[in-house]
Design a protein around this ligand. Structure first.
Ligand SMILES: [Zn+2]
Ligand SMILES: [Zn+2]
Length: 282
């Protein structure tokens, strides 16, 4: 894996065919300096924006990308730092550009995302009174298929040259003993080589299973700089085997991350993931 800075701090949505990950932000839900943890995957002519939080569209514009140029979305769960910018994309697509983005989403989560979040702002037609709109009026859908060979509920999809596996994670509530009893949330395995956990509590089995099965090149993991609540604490992540920690980059962290740079190194992590650089996998 190579890390490159962005030329002129600007980004394009295509490349020559190599897998690139660019964090639109790396911060927690409450960060004021690092947007939030939303990830852009680019490979050849294909791209996927994983999550679109409240501050995501502003960050995209700073990188030279019009939010309406985002064609493919994958949403990991319904907290506002992951879906807060979706209504803007949906309404812009319907009423301004007249182009629906595509979302990779299974039927269970489509129901939650629409009925419990998006419908409040998007359910009424802005042009025709009394016409109730649906999720499909805003998004085209790619249904991932269930991959039964994995013990944890996992779904797969292919977007052009990008292979995606979405596995259930253990994020909400803080009392749930496993992914089964947690509200819908997922992590993403990209091209069977890079794992992005999105938000999750400490769940060693998630990492050891996918690393043993796929021999991961890198892991980008949720990290809270204190322990407790619905995220993985840095003190919990330190218990992981050294082989995993050395390829694990911390994401979704607080604005005080600079105070933990030395700690992260001492614990054996690859470091804190940085926003607005290219992580390149040849
Ligand atoms: Zn979050
Ligand atoms: Zn969350």
């Amino acid at each position: 894996m190579k890390i490159e800075t962005l030329k002129n701090k600007k980004l394009t949505l295509t490349n020559k065919g190599r897998l690139e990950l660019i964090f639109i932000g790396v911060g927690s839900a409450f960060t004021k300096r690092q947007y939030q943890t939303n990830l852009l995957i680019i490979k050849g002519k294909d791209h996927i924006l994983v999550d679109c939080g409240t501050r995501c569209t502003e960050a995209l514009v700073k990188l030279g990308i019009s939010p309406s140029d985002i064609r493919t979305l994958l949403i990991t769960h319904s907290h506002a730092d992951h879906i807060g910018g979706l209504e803007e994309l949906a309404i812009t697509g319907r009423y301004v550009t007249k182009r629906k983005p595509v979302m990779i989403i299974n039927d269970t989560y489509e129901h939650f995302l629409w009925e419990m979040s998006l419908r409040g702002g998007c359910g009424h037609n802005e042009k025709t009174a009394h016409q109730i709109l649906t999720f499909r009026d805003y998004f085209d859908v790619i249904r991932p298929h269930r991959l039964n060979e994995h013990p944890r509920e996992t779904f797969g999809a292919r977007i052009g040259g990008i292979d995606i596996k979405m596995m259930r994670t253990m994020h909400i509530p803080d009392s749930s003993p496993d992914w089964r009893s947690s509200f819908w949330s997922c992590g993403v395995l990209i091209d069977d080589r890079v794992l992005f956990t999105s938000d999750t509590r400490y769940d060693a089995d998630l990492l050891t299973y996918f690393d043993e099965t796929f021999g991961l090149d890198a892991i980008f993991h949720d990290c809270q700089l204190f322990t407790g609540g619905v995220h993985a604490g840095i003190d919990e992540l330190k218990q992981l085997p050294g082989e995993i920690k050395k390829k694990l980059f911390l994401t979704h962290y607080g604005d005080n991350w600079g105070d933990f740079k030395t700690t992260a190194k001492q614990f054996g992590f690859a470091g804190f993931a940085q926003q607005h650089v290219r992580y390149i996998f040849d």
